[in-house]
Unconditional design. Structure first.
Lengths: 239, 179
C-alpha cells in the first residue's frame, strides 16, 4: 500500500517523507544516490552520518548534502503540479473523533470546470481509515443552494482517499463543506473556502489572436501547397 | 550488411534531395494539424469553459481516448523529432537556422514526453505524484505547458519553412537541389 506522506502542521512534508520519493527533491536525491552509488545507512540519522561512498569513507559529503538540501528547500517551495499532482492541501491533520483528516483539491489553480476533492482519514499512526461515510457539499458563499457529492474510493488519487468531482460553473468564492461519519460514531462537519478564478482577458485575447493567426497561416499554407502540388499532379496525369 | 547501410544512406540522401520537398510538405501538414488540435483544446478550456477532462481538441471529441493516450502523444513527438532531424540537412541558410532552433526545442519536448511515457509504462510516477508527470509540470499545468511547447516548436518550424520556400536573395543561389 502506497502511503501518502503525512503533512506537518504548516502543510509541508517532513525530511524523511521528502527523501522517501514523495517529493521532487526526494526523487532527485535518489537519482544522485543511485548515480554516485552512494550507500545510505539510515535516513533517521543526522545529516553528517547519512552518506558514505560504497560503505567506506565519506566522499563529497558536503557537496552532495548541499545539493540535496538546496533541492529540498527549492522543492518545498514549489507548488504541487496543477494537473494530476497532489493538489493543494486545504485541511491538514484536523481531528475527526479519534482520527485525523487531510483534504486536497486539484487542480492547483481552480478555474470554472472540474474540481477534484480528495480526503484522507488516518489514525494517529497514519494508517488509513476506509469505512467512514464522507459527503461533500459545494455552495457559493452567501447562497444556500448547494451541490452534494458522496465521496467514493475511486482511485483518482489513491485507493484509500475519499474523492468526489464537482463541476464549478462560474468564477467566485465557494464554500466546501465536508460531512464525515466516522466508524466510531463521531459526526463531524468541517469545511474550507476556495476561490475560483476566471481566465484573464489577456489569455482570452492571446488565444483569439492565435486562432486568427493560425487561420491566416492555414490559408497561406493551402495556397502554397496548391502552387507546389498542382503542377506536379498535372504533369503526372499528362504523362 | 554493406548493402543495408547503403540503402539507409541512400534513403537519407533522397530525403534531403529529390524527396525533400514532398517529405517536408507531408511533415508540415502533420505539424499544422497537431498545432490546430492543441489550439482547439486551449480554446475549449479557456474560451468555451469546458472541463479539462472533456477538452480533447477536435479529434478528442470524436475519439476521446485519443486525447488521453500517452502512447499517441509520445509517438507523435518521436515522429516529429525524427522528421525534423531527418530533413534538417536539406535546409540551407536562414531556413536551416530556424529549423535547428525548432530541433533544439523539440529535443527537450521529446525528453519530457519520454519521461511521461516511461512513467506510463512502468507505473512508477516521479515526484511522488499519482500520475505521469514531466519536469516542467512541477511549475505549469500540462495543457498550458504542452500548448507552449508546441507553439515554441511550431513557430520556428513555420519560419524555417517560409524561408525554405522563399529564401532571402543572398541565399537563392544556394537553394536546396530539390527546390
Amino acid at each position: 500500500v502506497i502511503q501518502r506522506p503525512k503533512p506537518l502542521e504548516n502543510g509541508r512534508f517532513s525530511l524523511y517523507d521528502a527523501i522517501n520519493r514523495r517529493r521532487p527533491e526526494g526523487a532527485i536525491f535518489w537519482m544522485i544516490v543511485k548515480t554516485l552509488r552512494i550507500k545510505v545507512h539510515d535516513l533517521h540519522l543526522g545529516y553528517h552520518s547519512l552518506i558514505t561512498h560504497k560503505g567506506r569513507k565519506p566522499v563529497c559529503k558536503q557537496a552532495v548534502l548541499g545539493l540535496f538540501l538546496s533541492l529540498f528547500i527549492l522543492g518545498s517551495a514549489l507548488p504541487a503540479a496543477a494537473h494530476g499532482g497532489a493538489g493543494t492541501l486545504q485541511i491538514a491533520a484536523e481531528p475527526v473523533g479519534a482520527y485525523q483528516l487531510n483534504v486536497w483539491t486539484t487542480p492547483e489553480v481552480l478555474r470554472p470546470g472540474e474540481m477534484l476533492i480528495a480526503a484522507v482519514i488516518t489514525t494517529d499512526v497514519g494508517a488509513p481509515v476506509l469505512n467512514c461515510h464522507v459527503t461533500y457539499f459545494l455552495r457559493t458563499l452567501g447562497s444556500e443552494e448547494r451541490q452534494e457529492r458522496p465521496a467514493t474510493h475511486v482511485t483518482v488519487v489513491t485507493g484509500f482517499s475519499y474523492e468526489a468531482i464537482f463541476l464549478i460553473p462560474d468564477p467566485g468564492a465557494y464554500l466546501i463543506e465536508i460531512e464525515i461519519a466516522a466508524p466510531d460514531g463521531a459526526q463531524t462537519v468541517t469545511g474550507f473556502e476556495v476561490e475560483i478564478t476566471a481566465v484573464s482577458k489577456t489569455t482570452g485575447l492571446a488565444i483569439h489572436t492565435a486562432v486568427m493567426a493560425t487561420l491566416v497561416l492555414c490559408v497561406w499554407f493551402v495556397r502554397e501547397a496548391l502552387r507546389f502540388w498542382l503542377p506536379r499532379l498535372v504533369r503526372h496525369q499528362t504523362l | 550488411m554493406t548493402s543495408i547501410t547503403q540503402n539507409k544512406l541512400s534513403l537519407l540522401t533522397k530525403l534531403n534531395s529529390t524527396w525533400h520537398d514532398k517529405a517536408l510538405w507531408v511533415l508540415m501538414v502533420i505539424i499544422i494539424g497537431h498545432w490546430i488540435e492543441h489550439l482547439a483544446q486551449a480554446y475549449q478550456i479557456f474560451i468555451l469553459g469546458w472541463a479539462r477532462a472533456t477538452a480533447g481538441g477536435g479529434l478528442g471529441l470524436l475519439f476521446p481516448a485519443l486525447a488521453q493516450s500517452e502512447v499517441l502523444h509520445f509517438a507523435y513527438n518521436l515522429a516529429l523529432f525524427l522528421g525534423i532531424l531527418l530533413l534538417q540537412p536539406g535546409f540551407r541558410g536562414r531556413a536551416k537556422w530556424w529549423w535547428t532552433v525548432a530541433a533544439m526545442i523539440q529535443s527537450w519536448h521529446f525528453i519530457e514526453h519520454a519521461l511521461l511515457q516511461l512513467q506510463w509504462l512502468t507505473g512508477y510516477y516521479l515526484f511522488g505524484h499519482t500520475t505521469q508527470t514531466s519536469i516542467l509540470q512541477l511549475w505549469f499545468p500540462r495543457v498550458e505547458l504542452h500548448f507552449m511547447y508546441n507553439l515554441l516548436v511550431f513557430m520556428p518550424l513555420m519560419i524555417g519553412f517560409y524561408y525554405y520556400l522563399y529564401p532571402p536573395a543572398s541565399e537563392s543561389a544556394e537553394r536546396s537541389p530539390a527546390a
